[in-house]
Design a protein around this ligand. Structure first.
Ligand SMILES: O=C1O[C@H](COP(=O)(O)O)[C@@H](O)[C@H](O)[C@H]1O
Length: 215
């Protein structure tokens, strides 16, 4: 998996002079981040941002931007966050969309994770689910108050919208375990009619999704 991301970075730098990658949070990408961060790459040409974040300070254990900073902070990559210090639930969607507008689109890679409930990025069940999936492409980010709150990170979120997540040259999904494999397979079969976010995002993808799975 780290080899695939390394190739995407090298290829984007060769073609565009830079590489812009959206990375997942949570637990699944950790071993791959560790391996990738040690690769000898032209990191000064790389911009990294989270696909989504939890509305917590960057030094909080649940922060996805904090996770990226922990692994890639010692490289020369430019690290973009979706949250400003003074952002709250009412302002974060607007300020993250403004930040995202400054990046080069389409992105070179959107790397997604997925929860056992089929959520991807922070497109979680609740009152913001359809907005995160259906907002038009000027709205690249959307605040999300999950309902029910996921037990592993029971906080409000900011997420790239589906329109932003599919605006990418490469789309990768990393999942682990039998349960997630079954959820993903079902969601891919259901496509646009899926009740879970991963099915609806992948059904819209501009690039074919490449899935990395391990037990
Ligand atoms: O809440 C989140 O969950 C998903 C999946 O996380 P994992 O711990 O099951 O790998 C993650 O992709 C997303 O970025 C994160 O905020």
């Amino acid at each position: 998996m780290a080899d695939a991301v390394e190739s995407i970075i090298k290829c984007a730098i060769e073609v565009h002079g830079s590489a812009v990658l959206a990375l997942p949070g949570g637990t699944t990408p950790v071993p791959i981040f560790r391996e990738l961060a040690n690769r000898n790459l032209n990191w000064s040409g790389v911009t990294l941002l989270p696909t989504d974040d939890r509305l917590v300070p960057i030094d909080h254990v649940l922060s996805n931007a904090g996770l990226i900073r922990r692994f890639f902070g010692s490289t020369e990559a430019r690290l973009v966050t979706l949250l400003d210090d003074d952002d709250g639930i009412d302002t974060v969607g607007y300020s993250a969309s403004r930040t995202l507008r400054t990046l080069r689109w389409p992105l070179d890679l959107v790397w997604l994770g997925m929860g056992e409930d089929g959520h991807t990025a922070s497109i979680l069940p609740g009152p913001d689910f359809e907005a995160a999936l259906n907002r038009s492409s000027e709205h690249r980010a959307c605040s999300v108050v999950p309902d029910p709150m996921p037990l592993e990170a029971a906080v409000a979120r900011i997420t790239l919208t589906r329109a932003a997540l599919v605006a990418t040259r490469c789309l990768i999904l990393t999942i682990t375990g039998e349960k997630k494999r079954l959820v993903a397979e079902r969601a891919f079969r259901e496509g646009c009619a899926s009740t879970v976010a991963i099915g609806r995002v992948v059904a819209w993808a501009q690039a074919p999704a490449v899935v990395f799975w391990c037990k």
